[in-house]
Design a protein around this ligand. Structure first.
Ligand SMILES: NC(=O)c1ccc[n+]([C@@H]2O[C@H](COP(=O)([O-])OP(=O)(O)OC[C@H]3O[C@@H](n4cnc5c(N)ncnc54)[C@H](OP(=O)(O)O)[C@@H]3O)[C@@H](O)[C@H]2O)c1
Length: 303
């Protein structure tokens, strides 16, 4: 099902994307044909924000730093029309063995390398992957401002930043940060209670929620080992029965129900599951449904 008339603006930027995004953390290997089919399925389903990172390929399933960007670059070379249909988001700043460097030289180098691997001229959304507390935010801000002025990046976001760190970087930028990217799911609720989603509202930033199915623990048919995940999966199943849908659709609807307007980033490699994600858009969770999932995750009643 294609999504029309349901697009979201990224923060205060001019970038418009579908209500669910597609993430490439698990997008590895050399099978360009299969990779192309996944991207095409996502774009056809209206998942027009494609989220990758320089480090992807090394930390999950693949063999090399940059592997996921390289694979996406091959897809874009094969199907250049996909580039125009997507908002291309990547991340920089995780360097295995360091492990974080957001200094000016590292940021500039990472941007050039990502552009080469992605076989594109510009990155639509360039995100700091994790905070590097050893870089002064003014240095990072200057480097990002230069890349934006050069047209190598269009917008900037942060990932795994808390509200204070986001505000600090914003203070040194003359343009607004478009997005922040916390982990957020019915199992991992922190962003809703630690001020990150509140901060997004206060600054008109769009939250991108990573691992909205808790990395697969909340996926259909999975019997998670940890008690909290078991409780949440069971509550999701109850709600799925009531709403006539799947556990995955309710889990994604949970993320989208928050007033910050979070966009869940799905990570499945299955084209059937990519195409099914839009079932979530038909699920209207009540206030009581939403809080019942919070109670399930916490394992105790709310005060
Ligand atoms: N900023 C950060 O630090 C950070 C960290 C982690 C992730 N991310 C972003 O978030 C994206 C998503 O993360 P994730 O892959 O952990 O997300 P997820 O959507 O929570 O989990 C995806 C996993 O669930 C499995 N799954 C099983 N049944 C499924 C179903 N019916 N529908 C959908 N998935 C099902 C998938 O396996 P199959 O492939 O077999 O379906 C896959 O292994 C990443 O690609 C990345 O863009 C960002």
């Amino acid at each position: 099902m294609k999504i029309t008339g349901n697009s979201r603006r990224l923060g205060q930027s001019a970038l418009e994307v579908g209500p669910i995004a597609y993430g490439l953390w698990r997008f590895v290997g050399n099978d360009v044909k299969a990779a192309r089919t996944r991207i095409e399925t996502a774009l056809d389903a209206g998942m027009t924000l494609i989220d990758v990172a320089a480090v992807y390929g090394l930390d999950w399933g693949g063999n090399a730093f940059g592997e996921s960007e390289t694979l996406l670059g091959k897809v874009l070379a094969d199907a250049p029309e996909f580039r125009r249909k997507m908002v291309l988001a990547t991340k920089f700043g995780i360097i295995p063995g360091v492990p974080y460097d957001s200094g000016a030289a590292a940021v500039t180098r990472s941007c050039e390398e990502s552009l080469t691997r992605l076989q594109t001229d510009t990155i639509d959304l360039f995100q700091v992957h994790r905070p590097d507390v050893l870089t002064h935010p003014s240095e990072l801000a200057e480097a990002l401002t230069r890349l934006k002025a050069q047209g190598k990046i269009r917008e900037v976001g942060v990932s795994n930043y808390n509200a204070r760190q986001t505000l600090l970087l914003q203070q040194f930028l003359s343009f607004p940060l478009a997005t922040l990217q916390p982990e957020f799911s019915a199992l991992n609720l922190e962003a809703a209670f630690d001020g990150v989603l509140d901060f997004a509202i206060s600054r008109h930033m769009t939250p991108l929620a990573w691992s909205p199915l808790a990395g697969g623990k909340l996926a259909d048919g999975v019997s998670p080992a940890e008690p909290a995940a078991r409780r949440v999966a069971s509550k999701l199943d109850d709600l799925a029965r009531q709403h006539g849908t799947t556990r995955v659709a309710v889990a994604l609807a949970f993320v989208m129900r928050h007033p910050a307007g979070a966009i869940p980033i799905m990570g499945t490699q299955s084209t059937a599951r990519i195409a099914a994600a839009n079932d979530a858009l038909r699920v209207n969770l009540s206030r009581a449904d939403w809080y019942a999932l919070v109670v399930a995750a916490r394992g105790e009643p709310l005060p």
